[in-house]
Design a protein around this ligand. Structure first.
Ligand code: NVA
Length: 310
C-alpha cells in the first residue's frame, strides 16, 4: 500500500517514533541510506515561497542517492492548466515520490489519491508536519533522546489556527507531549484538529490545552515555540497582527516562566521584535538552527521509511 505523509497523524505513534529514531541515527551518518539510488527522481513542487524546505529536501534527496526535480508552481500551475488528478497520473509514471508545498490540504489529498507513489506535505495552509517532525527531533536531541519526548511540555505561542499550531497539536499529542497553545480567542485551532489531537493525547498519555493566558501556558514548559504572526497567503496587516498577537510575543519576561533548561523553537523565517525578541531567538536557549538542520535529517528518515513501506 502506498503511504503518504499529508498530516502529522498519517503516522501512528509507533511509526512516528521509528522515523524519529532513524532520523537521530542518520544525523550522524549522512550517506548511510541510499533508497533513491539509481538515481530515482523525487518531484519537489512549490506553490508558495521556500528556502529551508527547498534546501533540506533537495539536499536530502541527493544524500539518499536520488535526483530532486524542483518544480515552480507558477510555471506548472497545478490544477489550473490541467486537473490535479491528471498531473498526479503524469508524475506517478516517472517519479519515486512527490513533495508538495501548496495551499489547501484538499489539493494534496487529490494528488495522493491519484499518484500511486508517496506524497509528502511540505506545508499547506492547514499543516506543516515535516517541520514538527524536525522540532520533535530537536527537542529529543536536547532533552534526553526520543524516549524523553512523552511527558515533555511544549508550549506554542501565537496564531492558534495556522499550520504550525495544528501540526504541533497533532504531532505533539501523538508523541505523548503536553501541548499547550496560547492564542487569542479569535484564532482558536480548527475544532476538528483539536478534537483529533485530544483523542491522540488520550491514547499517548499526553494532553492538549488551548488558552489565552500566555504566562500560564509557558509555566514550566520544556520547549517553547512560536511562528510568524502572518503566514504565507494570510493578508492580515502588521497593525492587526500586533493588536491580536502582541500579548503572545516570546520575550525574556515570558520565557522566565519556562523550565530553566527549556529550549526555544521557531520554524523560521523569524521576525525579530514581532513574534520573538532578538534576545530570545539569539539567546542561549534558542535551538532554531539545530531545528533548521533537523529538517534535513527528519525528512530523509521520513522519505526512506515511506519508500520502504510503499
Ligand atoms: N506559518 C508559517 C510557517 C512558515 C514555515 C507560514 O505558513 O507562512
Amino acid at each position: 500500500m502506498t503511504r503518504h505523509f499529508l498530516r502529522d497523524d498519517d503516522l501512528t505513534a509507533e511509526e512516528q517514533r521509528h522515523v524519529l529514531t532513524l532520523a537521530a541515527q542518520i544525523a550522524g551518518d549522512r550517506f548511510a541510506l541510499r533508497p533513491l539510488a539509481g538515481p530515482r527522481t523525487v518531484a519537489v513542487l512549490f506553490d508558495k515561497p521556500t528556502l529551508r524546505t527547498q534546501v533540506s529536501f533537495t539536499t536530502g534527496i541527493v544524500e539518499l542517492g536520488g535526483y530532486p526535480m524542483v518544480v515552480d508552481g507558477k510555471l506548472a500551475q497545478i490544477g489550473v492548466r490541467e486537473s490535479i488528478a491528471d498531473t498526479a497520473r503524469v508524475l506517478g509514471r516517472q517519479v519515486a515520490a512527490v513533495v508538495w508545498r501548496t495551499y489547501e490540504q484538499s489539493r494534496l489529498e487529490e494528488m495522493a489519491e491519484h499518484v500511486g507513489v508517496p506524497v509528502v506535505n511540505a506545508l499547506t495552509d492547514q499543516f506543516h508536519p515535516c517541520q514538527v517532525l524536525a522540532d520533535l527531533l530537536t527537542i529529543a536531541q536536547h532533552r534526553g533522546g526520543v524516549d524523553a519526548l512523552p511527558g515533555t511540555v511544549l508550549t506554542y505561542l501565537g496564531d492558534g489556527r495556522n499550520n504550525m499550531a495544528h501540526s504541533y497539536l497533532l504531532g505533539g499529542a501523538l508523541a505523548g507531549l503536553h501541548v499547550r497553545v496560547a492564542t487569542p480567542a479569535e484564532r482558536q485551532p480548527d475544532p476538528d484538529v483539536l478534537a483529533r489531537a485530544e483523542g491522540l493525547a488520550r491514547a499517548s498519555g499526553g494532553s492538549v490545552t488551548v488558552t489565552a493566558d500566555a504566562t500560564a501556558a509557558v509555566s514550566g514548559a520544556g520547549a517553547v515555540a512560536t511562528d510568524t504572526w502572518v503566514s504565507m497567503g494570510d493578508d492580515r496587516s502588521a497593525e492587526e497582527a500586533e493588536a491580536l498577537f502582541g500579548p503572545f510575543r516570546l520575550d525574556e519576561r515570558l520565557l522566565a516562566h519556562a523550565a530553566p533548561d527549556a529550549v526555544v523553537l521557531h520554524c523560521l523565517p523569524a521576525y525579530r521584535g514581532k513574534e520573538i525578541t532578538a534576545e530570545v531567538i539569539d539567546g542561549p536557549r534558542s535551538v532554531v538552527f539545530d531545528e533548521a538542520e533537523n529538517r534535513l535529517h527528519a525528512q530523509k528518515a521520513l522519505l526512506a521509511w515511506l519508500l520502504e513501506q510503499s
